[in-house]
Design a protein around this ligand. Sequence first.
Ligand code: UDP
Length: 366
Amino acid sequence: MKYDYLIVGAGLFGSVFAYEMKKKGKSCLVIEKRNHIAGNIYTQKQEDIWVHKYGAHIFHTSDKKIWDYVNQFADFNQYINSPVAVYKGKIYNMPFNMNTFSKMWGIITPGQAKEIIKKQIEQAGIKEPANLEEQAVSLVGTDVYEKLIKGYTEKQWGRDCRDLPAFIIKRLPLRFTYDNNYFNDRYQGNPIGGYTQIVEKLLSGIEVRCAVEYKEFMANTEDLFEKIVYTGMIDEFFDYKLGALEYRSLRFEEETLPEVDNYQGNAVVNYTEREVPYTRIIEHKHFEFGTQPSTVITREYPAAWNKGDEPYYPVNDEKNSALYEKYSELAAKERNVLFGGRLGQYKYYDMDKVIREALLMAEAQL
Ligand code: UDP
């Protein structure tokens, strides 16, 4: 059998690419090493609740084209992400906004908050922020940094904030309004009925084989492919021959509470103290305003990544970025292999960026 494309990985990138190519009359075979499709946006129904099995996903974008695109495959609800953070028994609103500052300092106006933050920044004496700690302090001052950023970030990444790139903290908005929306994006919501349906629709009519490892498959297949789109780890593709890139992993502890209809009153509660071993607890029903009599919660524990573990986050610091550049030079020499997605491109992509990149790659192919 001869296919135009072999797509390795049935996550969002591979599925969008496959959908676009099929539309243009190209034949695709998708292989997936897990026993299900949808990658890390996989959701599964438990207790009548759509559970985000590989960590919470909230769709947000400022790109109208991408928003219209995903809305072809699901109805999105009006969910707005507003996590709260627990630090030493007190609750603070996220992201950093007037609700947070008011709770922290007992103040009321933006002027008062700015005054306090300005003093703290002056005391810290940072001119050019060179790492995440300096970036965070020079944005929000030392109190917010110590209570809401330092512990959480060091748990999540397993290293000191002074050894992390500043861009990570720039993902979070800082505002002097009473606005708890975690994202600044124009469009936001969760698909009613979960994320898996989106990937099911994208892959509808396309041959998908699950529980298939790429290298084993290639060693045994007699099929032919014009091109390969690889969405796994780029360093693994090259057998780590330039060295291993670093990733962070996660361990999820899921719990069903049959007698509890509302465990924490919010979909996302962050635990920002270093001493609490998990970074957040997700209560899945709240993503869809669920009224079920029971609930499902997931504690999210950051974990070191070792070969064989699930790689959730690329560690985009200087050292790893330099190594990735070398792999990407190798990748450019592979005439018939394209690399995409968070793992193939070693980038901390959100879902909307993954879709955009997959659409761009599909366009470039045509
Ligand atoms: N962050 C933080 N405190 C929080 C939540 C997030 O300091 O309560 C910082 C932390 O540095 C983290 C980054 O913001 O690595 C991104 O967090 P986000 O929740 O966006 O990560 P993701 O949802 O991608 O896991």
